[in-house]
Ligand binder design. Structure first.
Ligand code: MGD
Ligand code: MGD
Ligand code: MO
Length: 662
């Protein structure tokens, strides 16, 4: 969620081929050695030209390969980033011109309201502002430079030479005066709370280390920050992302080869414009965030509730928060009908009224793209669908037509599903926009084809156009039209100051560090603090892709056929747990079980469980019966269908553990 707030995009990332071009790489909570196994050699390459630092509460596989491992307390990355930002600013290691031209750092903020000063509020600027023709999703803010107030043009990122620091008294149109101050001054003021001592105390990392990596990061550019999934799957993950964004921005490492901030996880963004077939021309898209469905409420939850659930390509009865609540709701009839299509008999299939046997990757056409490789790749059937299995397209067409015969026309009724798939892929390539220009079905049939980008060599370098060609932020996020997303950065620049009322009320105008669980577990149950003393971190397994391959006998053999949990020796000792003991993990919401690994690399106070085991391997006690779909209200501001909805925060979860005596 820090992406829309800061950059106005869904997500962005460097392709893995760009990793070796970084001068300095900091990986925070992304276990690339396990979760990006096919690409991780590029990270190893990055060590030759630059330095790779891994910040993780666990001595994970990636930490083991890094030049340096910095162990911090979970969910304290914001304090680390803010402590580093303070060092970079105090030592004058920031890129002044970059901040002036491409960020909101010179923008003036009213001290009385906390809102950004609007050009139309200022007596001497109102006329000029009224005459400027800007799109409705932009706002005219004010900066100060060359001893005068200047309207900040959101449509042109020309050099402004605006002051980064300063406060002024400004006459408003109604004759009153307002005190204003730059965002950068406010940031500096706020960072006074993040001295090295404070950052060290919050994170548990030594002050000297924080100071040293800050200086290294700012002097061995470009800086690349990799912000991983487990790290942002916390309630204040957005604050962490905003704080971490400060580092590449302060050092001017945005829009350049090898630099920036990347999140190789989450709501994977669509690579090109596929609205031509994806969105029917007429009609309204009713999009209910999954967390609203789980919470049975929220601004977009339908008044009459939801009675049916049709799923494919996913296994929510294991993989989603409140897996047990989902089961209860199905069993009680609250959800009346569940249908799933899959080629594995997953837990979700077991809980379905109807299961459609789906084709596998080797039985159908599919156009794929990934976040690490900007290539389009055609999956082609190697064999005809086996037994009763059908393609996802076939199932959707048949379902759609039974819901409303009118809808069949969107699904190429005259073609069989294979031909229809190719027809759709062809249409999407032709109408995909700049990214697919010149790419044909024949080309992808021959092999992977690189998508086009604005950067040289079609490299995937986020914001290259914004910095190199001074095109205002943000680039489009598909499938939404630009106005739907650009309104989140109305200055046309990278924004660190947010002034919607809720940000002001929460004290989150600027990125700050907030304590874990204060707004969630401790609020819901004040006794949770003493009852459940372990943070439950559920990370991804080397041996599965989520729950896919959960039943693969060879991969299970490699794991000794045992789900495992990782505990620090001190935490284990306190609970009388020894290596290989069967352990119950519990809280007020649910429980699960796994065999103990006593691991000094695992930070004290943290219990790590590798998610993805089907319930049948856990005696039907799901790890996701312990988790909770907390929703941070701020996230509701950024709802855009198909792009943003409130983030799941699986790690915002307290548990305790006890040995099971059989
Ligand atoms: N083998 C395999 N590969 C996969 C997947 C899979 O299931 N299996 N899933 C894919 C998908 S969809 C995703 S989203 C990605 C996710 O992959 P990653 O982004 O790598 O995420 P995780 O594996 O969940 O966790 C990475 C690390 O975050 C650390 N961590 C947890 N909390 C914090 C924190 O507060 N601060 C810091 N600094 N570190 C923290 C954990 O200790 C862990 O080492 O992997 C993808 N790749
Ligand atoms: N506690 C906890 N829970 C988590 C996470 C965590 O860190 N902690 N991580 C979360 C994350 S980042 C993610 S991305 C989710 C992932 O969770 P899910 O999205 O549920 O992913 P999978 O569990 O891999 O389920 C994918 C299913 O799709 C099927 N499948 C694969 N290909 C096809 C196909 O072509 N057609 C059809 N019809 N089916 C297909 C597979 O057989 C499999 O059963 O889990 C989330 N859940
Ligand atoms: Mo994911």
């Amino acid at each position: 969620m820090f992406w829309p707030m800061t950059f106005g995009v869904q997500t962005e990332e460097l392709e893995s081929l760009e990793w070796p071009n970084a001068g300095y790489t900091i990986v925070l909570g992304s276990n690339l050695v396990q979760t990006r196994l096919p690409d991780v050699h590029h990270l190893i390459e990055a060590k030759k030209t630059g330095k790779v630092v891994v910040v993780d509460p666990d001595f994970c596989a990636t930490a083991a390969k890094a030049d340096e491992w910095v162990s911090i307390k979970p969910d304290t990355d914001a304090a680390l980033a803010l402590g580093m930002a303070k060092v970079i600013i105090d030592q004058g290691l920031y890129d002044k011109a970059f901040l002036q031209d491409f960020t909101d750092m010179p923008v003036l903020v009213r001290k009385d309201t906390g809102k950004r000063l609007l050009a139309k509020e200022v007596k001497t600027l109102k006329n000029e502002a009224d005459q400027m023709d800007i799109p409705e999703y932009r706002t005219l803010f004010v900066v100060y430079g060359n001893n005068r107030l200047i309207v900040l043009d959101p449509e042109h990122l020309a050099p402004t030479h605006a002051d980064l620091i300063g406060s002024h008294r400004v006459e408003l149109t109604d004759g009153t005066f307002a005190e204003v101050v730059t965002v950068f001054s406010l940031l500096k003021e706020m960072l006074a709370d993040y001295s090295l001592e404070t950052a060290a105390q919050i994170t548990g990392a030594p002050a000297e280390t924080i100071a040293r990596i800050a200086v290294e990061a700012a002097t061995r550019k470009p800086l690349h920050i990799i912000y991983g999934a487990s790290n942002y799957q916390w309630y204040h993950g957005d604050l962490k992302g905003r704080a971490l964004s400060l580092l590449p921005v302060l050092t001017g490492s945005i829009g350049v080869s090898g630099g920036g901030i990347s999140t190789y996880a989450g709501q994977y963004r669509v690579r090109f414009n596929l609205s031509e077939w994806w969105f029917p021309k007429q009609g309204k898209l009713n999009w209910v965030p999954y967390l609203h469905f789980l919470n049975k409420g929220g601004p977009r939850y339908p008044e009459k509730g939801i009675k049916a659930m049709v799923g494919g390509w996913g296994n929510p009865f294991d993989q989603h928060n409140m897996a047990n609540a989902l089961k209860d709701r199905s069993a009680s009839g609250d959800i009346e009908f569940v249908a799933t299509f899959d080629f594995n008999m997953t837990t979700s299939c077991m809980w379905s009224d109807v299961v459609f046997p789906a084709t596998t990757w080797y039985e159908n056409y599919e156009l794929t793209a990934t976040i690490l490789h900007p290539y389009l790749q055609l999956q082609e059937p190697a064999i005809a669908p086996l037994f009763e299995s059908r393609t996802g397209f076939w199932v959707m067409r048949e379902l759609a037509k039974r819901l409303n015969p009118e809808w069949e026309k969107y699904f190429y009724p005259d073609l069989d599903d294979t031909q229809a798939s190719l027809e759709i892929i062809d249409l999407l390539l032709k109408t995909g926009g700049m990214e697919t220009k010149g790419i044909t079905l024949d080309m992808v049939k021959k092999g992977p084809v690189r998508l086009h980008s604005a950067a040289p060599g079609d490299r995937q370098v986020p914001f290259y156009e914004q910095i190199h060609d001074r095109v205002p932020f943000p680039p489009p996020s598909y499938p939404a039209p630009l106005p739907a997303t650009a309104r989140f950065v109305p200055s046309g620049r990278i924004e660190f100051y947010k002034d919607e009322d809720l940000f002001l009320a929460e004290g989150e105008q600027l990125p700050v560090s907030k304590p874990t669980f204060a707004d969630t577990e401790y609020k819901a149950d004040p006794e949770a603090r003493s009852k459940y003393r372990l943070r439950f971190v559920t990370k991804n397994s080397l041996y599965r892709v989520h729950s896919t391959h959960s039943n693969n006998v060879w991969l299970n053999e490699l794991q000794g056929h045992k789900p495992k949990l990782f505990l620090n020796p001190k935490d284990a000792k306190q609970r009388n747990i020894a290596a290989n003991d069967l352990v119950e993990v519990y809280n007020g919401r649910g429980k699960t079980r796994a065999y103990a690994v006593i691991d000094p690399g695992c930070r004290e106070g943290t219990l790590i469980f590798e998610q993805g085991w089907w319930a049948r391997y856990l005696q039907d006690e799901s790890y996701n019966s312990l988790t909770m779909p907390w929703i941070k209200p701020l996230h509701e501001i950024y709802f855009v269908p198909g792009i943003w909805s409130p983030t799941s925060v699986w790690n915002e979860c307290l548990v305790d553990a006890r040995r099971i005596t059989l």
